[in-house]
Design a protein around this ligand. Structure first.
Ligand SMILES: NC(=O)c1ccc[n+]([C@@H]2O[C@H](COP(=O)([O-])OP(=O)(O)OC[C@H]3O[C@@H](n4cnc5c(N)ncnc54)[C@H](OP(=O)(O)O)[C@@H]3O)[C@@H](O)[C@H]2O)c1
Length: 139
């Protein structure tokens, strides 16, 4: 199951159960769909960029999509889907690392290439979401 969702308070209302810094939205989805293999992908890029940015593999400036998941087969399948729709897949780690592309992080809203996306994922601790997660998880 590809989780392309985000919690967005302007649309979804104030939901503290969906912003708990001790977990991530995709882990909540995985808990809810216990029999599914959840992979987070396609959440951080706007639909217009997804549609307009598609390019053949190896094209200079090809845009990238970050992928997070715990199941190796699921990750491989979703990576093939990302490539097939014209974008470079970037592995972000286990499903819990999907927090690195939630709203309040660098990748969220970004339409960039694989190298820049990897750098953004690494800068998560300095993002707004990263700081609130660090404070909550060190208490
Ligand atoms: N738009 C983007 O560029 C983009 C990009 C990446 C990720 N996302 C994420 O994708 C998700 C959907 O975004 P969207 O732009 O497609 O939003 P949207 O156009 O508002 O569509 C939301 C859909 O969810 C349905 N829905 C809402 N509440 C529901 C409920 N309680 N039970 C069942 N269905 C419900 C709505 O059904 P009704 O029409 O019947 O109300 C609608 O079909 C969000 O989490 C968003 O963050 C969006």
């Amino acid at each position: 199951m590809i989780d392309a969702m985000n919690y967005w308070w302007e649309v979804d209302g104030i939901r503290e159960d969906l912003t708990d810094p001790l977990t991530s939205s995709s882990e909540i989805v995985q808990d809810y769909l216990a029999d599914s293999r959840v992979v987070k992908a396609f959440n951080h890029m706007g639909y217009h960029d997804l549609e307009d940015g598609a390019q053949r593999p190896g094209t200079r400036g090809r845009k990238a999509i970050a992928i997070a998941g715990d199941d190796p087969d699921g990750l491989a399948t979703v990576a093939r889907i990302v490539d097939a729709v014209g974008l470079d897949p970037v592995m972000a780690g286990p499903l819990a690392e999907g927090i690195r592309m939630e709203p309040g992080t660098g990748p969220f809203g970004a339409s960039v290439g694989a190298e820049e996306l990897r750098a953004m994922l690494l800068r998560f601790p300095g993002s707004g979401r990263g700081k609130s997660v660090r404070i909550a998880r060190t208490w």
